[in-house]
Design a protein around this ligand. Structure first.
Ligand code: HEM
Length: 351
């Protein structure tokens, strides 16, 4: 098996920091990273959410969500999006459209269109009877990495990149996520600054805008169990999924103590809102090192990691992937409208 670095050749540079393994490291099973054209320099990942407290307002939530989705269907709209849902720790239903652009300029052109800009900024949004949020991130390709346990299909923002590497060297050991980030060749990616309230008061509702900080980190870590059957399906439902959900609930409810600002375990929906057998945890972290520490020490992740590695060679249909980004402070935007105060990064202020 010929191995390649997960870092695309055009992003390799003279190192000031070493990789954790030697050039002769051979992982036990293959894994792959998404690979895009050199022309893609910076991505945009946008989480547009509608939040409701009870089923009585589901009609309003669906109407509001449809309006957001319609706003995508114009020039410079997102190149693709996923529809997902998540019930948060306060029991609120959150419908989220995760939209991706392959360049910030296009996103800004779209976002500056009067129909988008004025809809989000209108005071009418304060009176729709639902909560809204938008969390927008823009990693440079040096600040972005992925891992896939199978050579396809691509998921998430990686679909925009369109391709996969050969089997990669940088996986199968703790610290490999960091080694896949091109910036790790020269930078520790330590966080600096703090989350800051720019507008509003989370406990009062209304419109709240939060400023991010340098090297805030996002992971979207997903699984597709729709094609599993027999022993593989049993293993997913009995040995992996329950432990995964324990880990996700821990991060959702108590993650702040380990540097996790917010965690949502989201289920994909089709365009009619039907939940699919496919999901991902998406979480925001103070730092890459906080995320590393959780992954290598929390009993839930250790247990699913061990189960997966024990059976990895037997898994045929269970597909896992993740995408991880660190962001410049200026490449993050958080806005919440009438959401409960533990929504998203507002939770950091509720503590
Ligand atoms: C790495 C399993 C869900 C965070 C890994 C690896 C495996 C694994 C096998 C090692 C990959 C490699 O380098 O070869 C699983 C399974 C999951 C799951 C089976 C679900 C069914 C999650 C979730 C998160 C997460 C939801 C985050 C919230 C991480 C991180 C690493 C990692 C950060 C990289 C650690 C490092 O390289 O230092 N996981 N994982 N995982 N996982 Fe998971």
């Amino acid at each position: 098996m010929s191995l390649d670095s997960s870092i695309p050749s055009h992003l390799r540079c003279p190192r000031t920091r070493t990789r954790r393994v030697s050039d002769t490291w051979k992982p036990a099973v293959p894994a792959y990273s998404a690979l895009g054209p050199q022309s893609i320099k910076q991505l945009v990942m946008a989480y547009f959410g509608v939040q409701i407290k009870s089923d009585e307002t589901k009609g309003q939530a669906c109407a509001a969500f449809r309006t957001i989705l319609q706003s995508f269907n114009v020039d410079d709209g997102p190149a693709r999006h996923d529809l997902v849902q998540f019930v948060d720790g306060q029991g609120h239903l959150n419908l989220i459209a995760v939209a991706y652009w392959e360049e910030p300029e296009k996103y800004h052109k779209w976002n500056d269109k009067p129909a988008v800009k004025s809809w989000w900024s209108s005071d009418d949004r304060l009176n729709d009877g639902v909560g809204y949020f938008r969390e927008i991130f823009s990693p440079r390709m040096e600040q972005f990495e992925t891992i896939f346990t199978a050579p396809g299909p691509l998921e998430g923002v990686s679909i925009l990149l369109g391709g996969l590497t050969e089997p990669i060297i940088e996986h199968g050991y703790w610290g490999s996520m960091r080694d896949r980030l091109p910036l790790s060749q020269t930078d520790t990616m330590d966080p600096s600054g703090e989350l800051a309230l720019k507008q509003g008061t989370p406990a009062k509702g209304g419109r709240v805008i939060v400023a991010g900080h340098q090297n805030l980190t996002l992971i979207r870590s997903g699984e597709d169990w729709s094609r599993t059957d027999g022993e593989e399906r049993r293993t997913w439902f009995e040995d992996i999924q329950p432990v995964l959900l324990d880990g996700m609930n821990y991060l959702r409810d108590d993650g702040l103590e380990v540097g996790c600002y917010c965690n949502r375990y989201c289920y994909h929906m089709d365009k009619d809102g039907k939940v699919e057998e496919k999901g991902f945890g998406v979480s925001l972290w103070r730092s890459l090192s906080n995320l590393e520490s959780w992954a290598e020490s929390h009993p839930t992740h250790l247990q699913i990691f061990v189960t997966f590695n024990r059976l990895a060679k037997k898994f045929k249909e269970l597909v896992l992937y993740h995408e991880v980004s660190v962001f410049d402070a200026s490449a993050q935007y958080f806005e919440y409208i009438n959401c409960h105060p533990k929504t998203g990064v507002m939770r950091a202020f509720a503590a």
